[in-house]
Ligand binder design. Structure first.
Ligand SMILES: [Zn+2]
Length: 349
């Protein structure tokens, strides 16, 4: 299906006006620092494929307006330089992780991408979540908060989430905007997690974060862009049937992926690896995945599972195409860090 304004066979249209080019380069540079972390001028030149003088001009402008600051001096590949990072003066972002139906996991994340404080609060209904978020913000220097992100389990359309039976996503966002007078953005939690994992991923390969929760999701970042869904969250692979023997799912009645992963424990890792590889191989081959990240799996299990999945992929794919399979280095902080990055980019980019 070809959607209006979308060119499936052509590269993204390049801006023709010099002012547009400058804006686009500035936006790409900020996006790179926000999603991939602080970098020197030389590193930014490599990441973006722009000349050193072009980078220096954009950096100069951003330093003048105070969006970025110069941090530590480092030597990257021989040439020393200072790390450019998002200014700490930019403020903090409040992230409300709503994946659990019974609680809200709150975090304050600095513009530099660090979790400053975090708290889990029991909250089931829309009103309880609203109260939990506003109370959390009042407690942590509300004048420094520049926006709120809802990291949600479902489909997000243009920054809005419709919600669940217990939680009305639109009423929640509206209530927060009225109470706080701040931008409120919903993001899919798996996509946010993938954005955080991108910091540790080689820049020139497709990356996927496989997240285990009540559901199993694959969030894809291809060509530096999140691949989001149109009718449902992209990459929901919860009830796919891998064709490997396993327990029967009480929801779909088949030997599906989530049924195999719900019972995942260290002794059963060997049995689960083929199931994960079976659903992953066609995805990895079709979109040229280079880097696969496991997120939200029990920690020891994930460390044991990653090499086994990679080994299983070798039996199902041409060896040269097998992606690296690793465990997320960001742990529980991945979702708030990625969610905050998405809001920051929306505000600054
Ligand atoms: Zn199922």
């Amino acid at each position: 299906m070809i959607r209006k304004g979308h060119f499936p066979f052509l590269p993204e249209p390049m801006p023709s006006d010099p002012a547009d080019t400058r804006r686009s380069n500035r936006s790409r540079l900020l996006q790179s620092i926000i999603t991939r972390g602080p970098a020197t001028r030389a590193e930014l030149s490599r990441r973006l494929g722009l000349s050193r003088p072009t980078i220096s001009v954009i950096v100069g402008e951003l330093l003048t307006v105070g969006v970025i600051t110069e941090g530590d001096r480092v030597s990257s590949g021989g040439a020393p330089g200072t790390l450019l990072e998002i200014s700490k003066q930019t403020g903090v972002i409040t992230v409300a992780d709503l994946r659990s139906p019974n609680e809200v996991r709150l975090a304050a994340v600095s513009a530099a991408g660090e979790v400053v404080t975090a708290d889990d609060v029991r909250a089931v209904t829309t009103d309880q979540v609203l109260a939990a978020v506003t109370t959390f913000i009042e407690r942590c220097e509300p004048q420094t908060v520049i926006g709120v992100v809802l990291a949600v389990p479902g489909m997000v359309v243009r920054g809005e989430w419709s919600g669940t039976d217990e939680r009305d996503g639109e009423a929640l966002a509206l209530g927060l905007r009225r109470a706080l007078r701040l931008p409120v953005l919903a993001v899919n939690a798996a996509e946010a997690t993938a954005i955080a994992d991108l910091r540790d991923s080689p820049s020139d390969v497709g990356m996927a974060t496989i997240m285990l929760d009540d559901v199993v999701s694959v969030a894809l970042i291809l060509g530096g862009r999140l691949h989001s869904g149109v009718r449902r969250p992209t990459g929901e692979i919860t009830h796919l049937v891998p064709g490997t023997p396993g327990p029967v799912c009480d929801q779909c009645g088949r030997e599906c992926l989530v049924a195999q992963l719900r019972t995942l424990s260290l002794p059963s890792v060997d049995a689960s690896a083929p199931a994960v590889a079976a659903v992953l191989a066609p995805i990895a081959a079709a979109v040229e995945l280079g880097d696969v990240v496991l997120s939200g799996f029990p920690e020891q299990t994930a460390e044991a599972l990653a090499p086994l999945v990679q080994e299983e992929l070798r039996t199902r794919m041409p060896p040269a195409e097998v992606p690296e399979v690793r465990v997320s280095r960001r742990g529980a902080a991945a979702t708030p860090i990625g969610a905050a990055a998405l809001l920051l980019y929306r505000i600054l980019g």
